[in-house]
Design a protein around this ligand. Structure first.
Ligand code: SAJ
Length: 396
């Protein structure tokens, strides 16, 4: 249930390993594209695999669920305006499979979910189908794949599998063994739910530490990249890198699933979110200040190159991208004047007019490095230009 960034690759990989799959999505164009062998998501190497499993008949997409032996809920869990998680898609997908459930079936939630969601769905299932109590298997199993490396990680990563009882855990493990070569770790459903949130919150907190250091170093006149490299020479220190904020659909979202339910206890997790959000605002202010300074000194407006729009290096995914936020904020502040927007991984964008990265660099008075895409590393450091390096292009 759900043919998105995780559901579709999972369906494809499982089909490739001999499981007969019906991929269900409420969006008819996703279903149509999938059945034609066209990938509607961005993931290297995945389209060829999709075509193979469509041709062999191992995978078929549909807008409606059908009778099966196992059901996997892989739909989005966004948050509402107040950062409260929204599990309505999980609930809707669950309700749509309830009529098809029969004795011996397996039901698994993979969607990132607040703690207790599997228990809630279990209650809904048994209130609709009380005769199935104790006769079906229910588990939670989060995915942990890194966008851009999904084919490898779906097969090789370890998985955490938590059933509502030990029999459910065993049944889910039996399924994942079809295609997972990593270790399958057994636990209960609440721990498995919390484990996913913990992994991404841990990374968010670590990045917040690096971003906080970058603010301190900016004020103190210290090169943060050199500082972190040196601190990391300590055998038990491993600091991550600062950037222009934290983006994507996971790390900038999942910690709110903890802070919404445990507001008093989650002080550090909540502060890390604030710091990482503030970093993007701070970067935009830095650019605006550099532009004003340039205008005062040169009596003309500067030409500014904004280097990168993606949410992280070497991908074309702009979801929740801090770079995109910064470019938008800076452009609004100067009525879009003299801003060259660069994103070498996409050919066109409906809002931003894109410029080649070499041309933008050559023409710019101010170069703002937002995303550490590999091609940017070929550009020389020039003392003729104002260079704002927020992502460590010139860190050596
Ligand atoms: N970032 C930094 N500094 C760093 C590392 C990352 O600022 O040192 C920024 C990136 O630029 C980006 C953001 O963090 O804006 C997130 O990028 P990422 O590469 O850390 O993670 P995602 O969002 O692509 O994928 C994460 C992964 N989780 C962890 O590494 C704990 C992935 O394994 C999860 O499956 C995925 O979230 C998910 O779906 O939850």
């Amino acid at each position: 249930m759900g043919l998105g960034y995780i559901g579709l690759p999972t369906a494809i990989i499982a089909a490739k390993h001999g499981v007969q799959i019906i991929g269900v999505d409420i969006n008819p164009s996703v279903v149509e594209m999938t059945n034609k062998g066209h990938l509607h998501i961005i993931e290297p190497g995945m389209e060829e695999m999709l075509q193979d499993v469509i041709l062999s008949g191992a995978l078929r997409a549909s807008t409606k669920p059908e009778t099966s032996d196992a059901y996997f809920i892989v739909v989005p869990t966004p948050f509402k305006g107040n950062h409260e998680p929204d599990i309505s898609y999980v609930e809707a997908a669950t309700r749509s499979v309830i009529p098809f459930l029969k004795e011996g079936d397996l039901y698994v939630i993979e969607s990132t979910s607040p703690v207790g969601t599997t228990d809630k769905m279990t209650e809904i299932i048994f209130s609709e189908r009380p005769e199935l109590k104790g006769k079906i298997y229910i588990a939670y199993c989060p995915e942990r794949v890194l966008p851009g490396n999904v084919i490898h990680e779906l097969v090789h990563n370890d998985r955490v599998i938590g059933g509502i009882n030990p029999e459910s855990t065993e049944k889910a493990i039996e399924f994942y063994r079809h295609f997972v070569q990593g270790t399958l770790h057994k636990t209960n459903s609440k721990t498995a739910e919390m484990c996913k949130l913990t992994e991404n919150s841990s990374r968010d907190v670590q990045i917040a530490f690096a971003n906080e250091l970058s603010l301190i170093c900016d004020k103190a006149g210290i090169n943060v990249w050199e500082l972190i490299s040196l601190a990391n020479k300590h055998p038990r220190v491993n600091i991550l890198w600062p950037g222009c904020g934290v983006g994507g659909h996971c790390i900038a979202v999942d910690p709110y699933f903890i802070t919404a339910d445990f507001p008093v206890e989650s002080q550090l997790i909540s502060k890390a979110r604030e710091i990482n959000n503030y970093k993007s605002f701070w970067c935009a202010e830095k650019v605006q200040n550099a532009m004003l300074r340039f205008e005062l000194e040169h009596h003309r407006k500067p030409c500014v190159a904004m280097m990168g729009l993606a949410f992280k290096p070497n991908i074309d995914d702009l979801r929740e991208s801090p770079a995109k936020y910064i470019v938008t904020k800076v452009m609004q502040s100067c009525n879009n004047a003299n801003i060259l927007v660069v994103e070498p991984n996409i050919s066109e964008h409906k809002v931003f007019k894109l410029t080649d990265y070499r041309e933008a660099y050559d023409r710019a008075d101010i170069v703002v490095m937002l995303v550490a895409h590999d091609p940017f590393r070929t550009l020389p450091y020039s003392s003729e230009k104002v260079i704002l390096d927020f992502c460590g292009i010139y860190k050596q």
